[in-house]
Design a binder for this molecule. Structure first.
Ligand code: HEC
Length: 209
């Protein structure tokens, strides 16, 4: 299974970069592995166990609705009891935000000290942006849960509902893709400009004043 994936990508022209992709992995995975439409999951490579077993990845403090152009600080959290016996346990995540058409939505920013980085998708996914742990962000040895704060500035008003797709990994810290537990989830954030249904003409006028 692991080999299949690598060979498929090698065929797509990544062969030259194959070595650096593998080396760069614990420094943060390749883009487009959040399981959003058109993407794979971390568990394509970290494939020993059934995804979403004995843990979860969630976004903490995500508002149900966004206001166009507003910036939100959120926290992505990976909780798992599966690596409790691994002293050097490591953690990782990747997250993206897309609109109903599948295009990347809003702008991510790193929060100081969180050890995250931002990547762009390639090819047909080039409008998408990804925030993930960097080489210093694997929180080695940390007890469950591990979390990372990040900032997201919403797209303009009227962009419609935005779906966040996120994946987390509870790794055993052996520096390989073996023996690691993968989690994934998604959450929809509504567009506040279309959420409030006006109940009177006064309210409509108020909304456009
Ligand atoms: C293309 C295959 C592939 C994908 C997809 C992938 N990884 Fe990895 N990952 C690896 C390999 C190979 C290693 C070991 C080499 C290294 O660490 O550089 C690794 C190592 C890691 C480690 C260190 C593991 C340990 O036990 O020390 C973490 C953490 C990690 N990956 C997180 C992730 C996360 C989070 C995702 C999804 C967002 C992901 N990886 C997706 C191949 C992959």
């Amino acid at each position: 299974m692991k080999m299949c994936v690598r060979m498929r990508w090698a065929g797509a022209g990544l062969l030259v970069f194959g070595a650096s992709v593998a080396i760069a992995e614990s420094g943060g995975p390749i883009p487009s592995v959040t399981g959003a439409p058109g993407e794979i999951f971390c568990t394509e490579c970290h494939s020993d166990f059934v995804p979403n077993t004995g843990g979860a990845v969630t976004i903490v403090n995500a508002p149900p609705y966004y206001k166009g152009g507003s910036t939100y600080t959120m926290t992505v959290r990976v909780a798992s009891g599966q690596t409790v016996a691994s002293v050097d346990r490591a953690w990782g995540f990747q997250l993206t935000a897309i609109d109903a058409g599948g295009s990347g939505a809003g702008t991510f920013a790193n929060v100081d000290g969180q050890a995250t980085k931002i990547l762009a998708g390639g090819g047909s996914l080039s409008s998408r942006r990804y925030i993930e742990h960097d080489g210093a962000g694997t929180r080695n040895g940390m007890a469950s849960p591990a979390s990372w704060d990040f900032r997201w500035t919403a797209p303009p008003t009227g962009s419609g509902p935005i779906t966040f797709h996120f994946v987390g990994l509870a790794a055993n810290g052996t520096g390989s893709e073996v023996g690691d537990w993968g989690y994934h989830g998604s959450a929809v954030m509504g567009d506040s400009s279309t959420a409030a249904v006006p109940t009177s003409w006064g309210a409509v006028k108020g909304a456009y004043r």
